[in-house]
Design a protein around this ligand. Structure first.
Ligand code: FE
Length: 204
């Protein structure tokens, strides 16, 4: 039997093939426009998925015991918040610190933790991202606008069908008085992939 989320370079996954088939059927029957489908996908990609990850990060920032569980058994700790599902069965969360910056990639295809981050952005699936994350992570991050100090060590994590990684970004300065919900609103998808940092809130 074919499984979901295996490495099938050059070949759409079962989920992608099913999605494409359903999409063309709906369009053919005049039930839905291609634009409407794009809007749904975009919503999942931008909002629904990454919002779940942001809740996990914010909880870890305010609750040291939760954070410790998250770093030792991410799948269970994430499930504590009611978040689980396909492509998130074996999660590992890696913590950014002032000394270490983590970056997530899938060098073979586009393995990605759907339940916490939604659908992967297009750039995540490109050969350029997948190869440069390994060969020149510092230069790649610079292109994302993230300039890291020379003395910061970069660790690259290769997601696979077996393990999906997510970055626990550093909590920015100036957020001491913020609620968990406010903190979650600062956390971006890119920060949880490791191509950005979480920015401090704008001063009002
Ligand atoms: Fe993959």
């Amino acid at each position: 039997m074919m499984g979901y989320g295996g490495h099938h370079p050059g070949q759409p996954s079962m989920a992608e093939a099913l999605t494409a088939a359903i999409e063309s059927l709906l369009i053919e029957k005049g039930l839905i426009s291609s634009d409407a489908i794009d809007a749904v996908v975009e919503k999942y990609e931008r909002d629904i998925g990454p919002l779940n990850g942001a809740r996990v990060v914010a909880r870890a920032w305010v609750d040291p015991e939760y954070k410790s569980r998250l770093l030792t058994d991410a799948t269970s700790a994430i499930a504590e918040l009611g978040i689980k599902g396909m492509q998130g069965e074996h999660m590992v969360v890696v913590e950014n610190t002032p000394e270490v910056h983590n970056l997530v990639v899938c060098t073979l295809c586009s393995c990605y933790p759907w339940p916490v981050l939604g659908l992967p952005p297009n750039w995540y699936k490109t050969p350029a991202y997948r190869s440069r994350a390994v060969s020149d992570p510092r230069g790649l991050l610079r292109e994302f606008g993230l300039e890291l100090d020379e003395n910061v060590q970069i660790r690259v994590w290769d997601s696979s069908a077996e393990i999906r990684y997510m970055v626990l970004p550093e909590r920015p300065a100036g957020t001491e008085g913020m609620t968990e919900e406010e903190l979650a609103s600062l956390v971006t998808r890119d920060a949880m992939i490791g191509v950005a940092k979480v920015r401090p809130p704008k001063k009002s």
